[in-house]
Ligand binder design. Structure first.
Ligand code: ZN
Ligand code: FE
Length: 256
């Protein structure tokens, strides 16, 4: 059993910070280190120690807080082997198929190249939840800074295969803008229309739209839906390969 604490970090960049605590052992992880002062404040408020940082990828808003937290807590820094030289203070390198035991809770590691080439996600299958960094967002996905559309589609397709009730914690609150774009490529999707309205209501009250679930993303996220006839028609890729449809949707989002 895991307890999860979610809090906004770096307001100008819409990051979320996460603390994850294994109930049985009291072991605590931070998912990435977007704002070390905020992370320390959340730990202090609960009287928790920080045992480990689980990094998803090398971008500054995910790793720049590592040194400060490591200096105070002596925590272990875990991250993708593929980006070892870019992860500040890395102690343990994980690759696809590896797992990490947070006390008695076990995270499976999946390599999800696309946003960066070495991005990894942490899937706590028994708890039915995952930390996906900047690979999958609510109704969106990470920009392809390093990978190809085929790589990113391959990564998202693996996440799409998780059980539908899997709870997805992503690293940014980008949902409202993502919904606007999603509606532009699939305006007839009723689940999407309903969710966009829900998201608008939540954001009007400054409430988070994260976490999401695989079921919701399968139903509303255009990057999870390259097989949608409506999307294919709207991006002029009817009958194209899923890689190609995905790639065109991503290109259009970049220009949206
Ligand atoms: Zn990133
Ligand atoms: Fe990020």
């Amino acid at each position: 059993m895991l307890e999860i604490v979610q809090f906004p970090c770096i307001p100008s960049n819409s990051n979320y910070g996460y603390l994850v605590r294994d109930h049985a052992t009291g072991t605590v992880a931070a998912i990435d280190s977007p704002d070390p002062d905020m992370i320390e404040r959340e730990l202090d408020a609960r009287g928790w120690n920080l045992d480990v940082i689980l990094n998803t990828h090398h971008h500054w808003d995910h790793v720049d807080g590592n040194p400060q937290l490591k200096a105070r807590y002596g925590c272990t820094v875990v991250g993708p082997s593929y980006e070892r030289r870019k992860i500040k203070g890395i102690d343990v390198e994980l690759s696809d198929g590896d797992s990490w035991a947070l006390g008695e809770s076990v995270a499976q590691v999946l390599h999800t190249p696309g946003h960066t080439l070495g991005h990894i996600v942490y899937y706590f299958a028994e708890d039915g939840l995952a930390f996906v960094g900047d690979t999958l967002f609510a109704m969106g996905c990470g920009r392809l800074f390093e990978g190809t559309p085929a790589q990113m589609w391959g990564s998202l397709a693996r996440l799409r295969d998780w059980p539908e009730d899997t709870v997805i914690y992503c690293a940014h609150e980008y949902t409202q803008a993502n919904a606007r774009f999603a509606l532009s490529v699939e305006p007839g999707n009723q689940a999407l229309q309903a969710r966009a309205a829900e998201v608008d209501a939540l954001r009007a009250e400054d409430k988070p739209t994260v976490p999401t679930t695989i079921a919701r993303e399968r139903a509303t996220n255009p990057f999870m839906r390259p097989d949608s006839a409506e999307i294919q028609a709207n991006v002029d890729r009817v009958g194209a390969s899923l890689d190609e449809v995905f790639g065109e949707v991503r290109r259009r989002k970049d220009r949206f």
